[in-house]
Design a protein around this ligand. Structure first.
Ligand code: NAI
Length: 331
């Protein structure tokens, strides 16, 4: 039996992992996150399995090494929470699930935008109170609008295709453009400044790197169309929250749909309904009528959870046997 300590566990992780890996794994599910402070709880495990908000910095990785851990399996695609140099130096193999369901994330980004634009969330609440009025529910047609897709990897490409289906004009930006795909879609790559100036909606599909940190900040927001809608299902730190709040207050930003938030760690995935949330910027954001927030759930579909389970379990077994991780999953 392979002993695996799983961190930041939710009910669905338990259900999927236990069902698929019943015969081969001895799971230790922890609800708290992995960090240097909690790494000692990995003692006795062969490997650890983590998610987006576990913090695998140098101290944590060195602590894991001292507890005999040789493999960290990320059950997500993004890996900005791992110090890869420190992992290499500690001789710890890091694997991830590079593409579990790009459809899940792309579809959620469009769902968020449509909910926000057509005010479905407000209508739902009204109608539950037998309030059938329409005041304040005016949206806009998506057909004919210009959508700026920032990042045209797996998720961005699917989102671009969906928006094309709505009849939108698409502007693309990526550090490594894929001209062949863009040609087939009938869309063009433009410099970020042109996308910023030309888009009615800007939707983010880039990873968080030093280059993309606070990509949406004061400067970019000064150059957008008045009333621009911004969608972020990628990583919270792509947006400077203080600048976004200023943009919302001035009306420069007309709507914001977020599945990720700059300081989501310790807040998203938790039930804080009986506590006092200390993050004033998040509470301010939620208070705007033209902001819609979900708590990092874009990935949460059955298809994605199946794929995450399949890839993570296969890698855990293979690496424990001294074999190679699945192609493209090793960092
Ligand atoms: P991908 O690696 O297929 O595509 C990322 C694209 O961004 C690539 O085309 C790359 O060239 C581009 N890029 C990288 N750095 C750039 C820069 N500085 N400027 C412009 N373009 C740049 O990744 P994928 O699968 O499309 O995922 C994108 C992001 O979505 C992930 O990095 C992750 O942070 C986020 N994500 C969010 C989830 C959620 O549940 N909310 C779930 C899965 C991923």
């Amino acid at each position: 039996m392979l002993k695996v300590a799983v961190y930041d566990t939710k009910s669905y992780d338990r259900r999927y992992f236990q069902t698929e890996g019943a015969d081969s794994f001895d799971w230790k599910f922890h609800e708290f996150r992995l960090s240097a402070e909690t790494a000692a709880t990995a003692e006795g495990a062969d490997a650890v399995c983590v998610f987006v908000n576990d913090r695998l910095d140098r101290d944590c990785l060195e602590a894991l090494k001292s507890h005999g851990i040789r493999h960290v399996a990320l059950r997500c695609a993004g890996f900005n929470n791992v110090d890869l140099d420190a992992a290499r130096q500690a001789g710890i193999c890091i694997t991830r699930v590079p593409a579990y369901s790009p459809n899940a994330v792309a579809e959620h980004s469009v769902a968020l935008l449509m909910t926000l634009n057509r005010k479905i969330h407000r209508a739902y609440n009204r109608i539950r109170e037998q309030n059938f009025s329409l005041g304040g529910l005016v949206g806009f047609d998506l057909a004919g609008k210009t959508v700026g897709i920032v990042g045209t990897g797996k998720i961005g490409q699917i989102a671009a295709r969906i928006f094309t289906g709505y009849g939108c004009r698409i502007l693309l930006f990526d550090k490594y453009p894929n001209y062949e795909w863009a040609g087939m879609l009938g869309a063009s790559y433009v410099p970020l400044e042109d996308l910023t100036r030309g888009a009615d909606i800007i939707s983010l599909y880039v990873p968080l790197t030093p280059d993309t940190h606070h990509l949406i900040g004061e400067k970019l927001l000064r150059e957008t169309r008045k009333g621009v809608f911004i969608v972020n299902t990628s990583r919270g730190k792509l947006i400077d929250t203080a600048a976004l709040i200023n943009g919302l207050k001035s009306g420069q930003v007309g709507g914001v749909a977020l599945d990720v938030y700059e300081e989501e760690e310790g807040i998203f995935f938790e039930d804080l309904s009986e506590r006092i949330v200390q993050d004033d910027e998040l509470i301010r954001l939620i208070g705007f009528p033209n902001v819609l927030v979900t708590a990092h759930q874009a990935f949460l579909t059955e298809e994605a959870l199946d794929k995450i389970t399949e890839v993570t379990l296969a890698n855990l077994i293979e690496i424990a046997r001294g074999g190679k991780p699945l192609e493209g999953t090793r960092l």
